[in-house]
Design a protein around this ligand. Structure first.
Ligand SMILES: *Cc1c(COP(=O)(O)O)cnc(C)c1O
Length: 403
């Protein structure tokens, strides 16, 4: 759904005002949940006229949405400067794969950042390969290797920042510029910062993808994804999603729209708490490395300060030596941190992870680290009190040390 002349106002205001201009503006605060498979036409002339008009905001059939979904699209487009429209998908992964299928064809080569989300890697190695699309993984911190990875058939580059699990911040404006110079379309998985924290199209990317399941939904009760782009790529995305039959339910769209209204304050709060916890973890003797762009004094932090308008509560840390059993003692002792996938909800989560199986171009442990520093844990910081979270982690370390 296109729209979004709302880009002049500041982002915090746009979170509140956008997606409310539909036919109900001024009557109710939120758009109604409009459940519809079938839209009724005035008469045969109306039916015939709309049959050929595949455009946003006109009724056709439920698969092309209704005002609830259109309101969410309009709000997301208003948040992404440079976007002509936004397409919704039933999950973040469906958005990533749907966008890749919309821009690639058999014989093309796709470059994938080595620290991309694991299911993105799997889609490149599985479904896309089956359709004759080749892939190469590259280290997004090594610009020379990246340039060398291009060939005549390279049509797209899949980027992500910070890197999944390991949290490296790469120079997106530089990587996107190189892709454009080489005639390739750049797609960014922007789930960590969202367009609020990282205006991806302004920074040079062609397609900005967000797993709305995380920060935008924000309450761990809904799954959805989106892709926003300027006019040219938006048209391609929209046709691709229509041909794949992607549609989201109006109830879910209303939930995501509700989450969006408070996303700014949640992210600010979670960023503050995450920084405090990252600093506390950095001071612990059991911790070898804290992996977070929020933490001052690293190259990741410098790039984050240069390119981003905000952060979030997601970061990782690596234990000094130890083994999987010690890591499990720590995680199992936590009471406020649930053990689970996903992130960006109001509640804190902890996830032990192993890096070797999901990298092919970036070393782990990282260069300069002790070879035994490999046991890592990702934290998603929720809205609990910071001191309670620190006390919970301190209990976890006591359990680790008891072993
Ligand atoms: C969770 C996640 C996705 C996928 O979102 P789903 O809604 O779970 O499919 C994509 N990218 C990143 C970085 C994620 O963390």
């Amino acid at each position: 759904m296109a729209g979004g002349d709302d880009h002049e106002r500041r982002p915090a205001t746009r979170l509140v005002t956008s997606g409310r201009s539909g036919g109900f503006a001024g009557k109710v605060v939120n758009p109604p949940v409009w459940r519809a498979s079938t839209h009724l036409y005035e008469d045969c002339a109306d039916l015939n006229a709309r049959k050929t008009r595949n455009e946003d905001g006109t009724f056709f059939y439920g698969r092309r949405g209704a005002p609830t979904q259109w309101a969410l699209c309009e709000a997301l487009t208003a948040l992404e400067p440079g976007a002509a429209g936004t397409v919704l998908y039933p999950s973040g992964l469906a958005a990533l794969v749907g966008a890749l299928l919309a821009v690639l064809r058999s014989g093309d080569v796709l470059l994938v950042a080595d620290n991309a989300y694991e299911p993105t890697r799997n889609a490149a190695m599985g479904l896309l390969k089956k359709f004759g699309i080749e892939h190469r993984f590259f280290d997004p911190l090594d610009h020379e290797a990246y340039q060398a990875a291009f060939c005549d058939r390279t049509r797209a580059v899949m980027l992500e920042v910070p890197g999944s699990l390991t949290m490296e911040v790469c120079d997106i404006p530089a990587l996107a510029r190189i892709a454009r110079d080489k005639g390739a379309v750049s797609l960014l998985d922007n789930t960590w910062a969202t367009s609020l924290g990282f205006p991806a199209l302004e920074r040079g990317c062609d397609i900005a993808i967000t797993a709305l399941t995380k920060h935008v939904g924000g309450h761990s009760d809904v799954m959805m994804g989106s892709a926003s782009a300027g006019e040219r790529w938006y048209r391609r995305l929209r046709l691709g999603a229509q041909q794949l039959g992607h549609v989201v339910s109006p109830d879910d769209a209303a939930l995501v729209l509700r989450g969006l209204r408070t996303m700014g304050v949640r992210l600010n709060q979670q960023t503050d708490t995450a920084l405090a916890l990252a600093q506390w973890l950095d001071s612990r003797s059991e911790v070898a490395h804290v992996l977070s762009p929020l933490l001052p004094g690293t190259p990741d932090h410098a790039l984050w300060q240069r390119d981003f308008n905000g952060g979030c509560g997601l970061f990782s840390f690596v234990l000094k030596g130890g083994d999987d059993a010690a890591r499990c003692r720590l995680v199992d002792a936590l009471e406020l941190f649930g053990i689970g996938y996903s992130w960006g909800g109001f509640e804190s989560l902890a996830l032990p992870f192993d890096v070797e199986p999901v990298r092919s171009a970036m070393p782990w442990p990282k260069e300069g680290w002790g070879v035994e520093d490999r046991y890592a844990i990702r934290l998603s910081i929720g809205l609990e009190d910071k001191d309670d979270l620190i006390a919970d982690l301190a209990n976890g370390f006591a359990a680790l040390n008891e072993g």
